[in-house]
Design a binder for this molecule. Sequence first.
Ligand code: SF4
Length: 209
Amino acid sequence: MTVGLSRLHFPVTTLGPGKRIGIWFQGCSLRCTGCLSPETWRFTRDKVAIEALMEQLRPWFAQADGITISGGEPFDQPQALSKLLAAIRQDFNGNILVFSGYTYAAIHAFLPPMAGLIDALVSGPFEQDSPQTLKLRGSDNQVLHLLTAVGKTRFSVFHQQLNDQEKVLDMTLDRQGKVNLIGIPRRDDLIRLRAILEQQGHSFTPVTK
Ligand code: SF4
């Protein structure tokens, strides 16, 4: 089994509790207007074997509190998602959060084989005209589902409104000099950042969610 993979990051501190491993799937058929990660839309032929991906993840397990899977759209690859979750659960004791742009009704048929594998799920498309006041949500139409006892314990706090201290993003710098922003940005922040960087001749590709 293989998976279309965009990127991995560790540690991620802005997409769930604690220090997390971020796994971004490659490929999204939803194409929400205003999506800040259009580079993850394309479905590529280059795929990674689940076991090869697990080999990349395992060195981080001892230091990680949780794993966040986003995209792209993880449920556009439901079988790969299910296999990956099962493999992670065998070796990793932390909590697992998955983001999907599909509504819960659209993906609930895929969830029974994943029972117990996803602790918390954020579902629903990004709506650029919806308010943006809730934790873990890029737009307030999105719904946080707590699917396990661990999910209820660790993620119930994320049902609350976002406060000013939590309006933060992780930033990474890779070996090619590419800066990645990780988290759920406030829209005005990105507009201002884009304007500043483009004035100075830099390109701008945020990695969000
Ligand atoms: S916001 Fe998420 S679901 Fe929507 S187009 Fe972007 S990657 Fe896909």
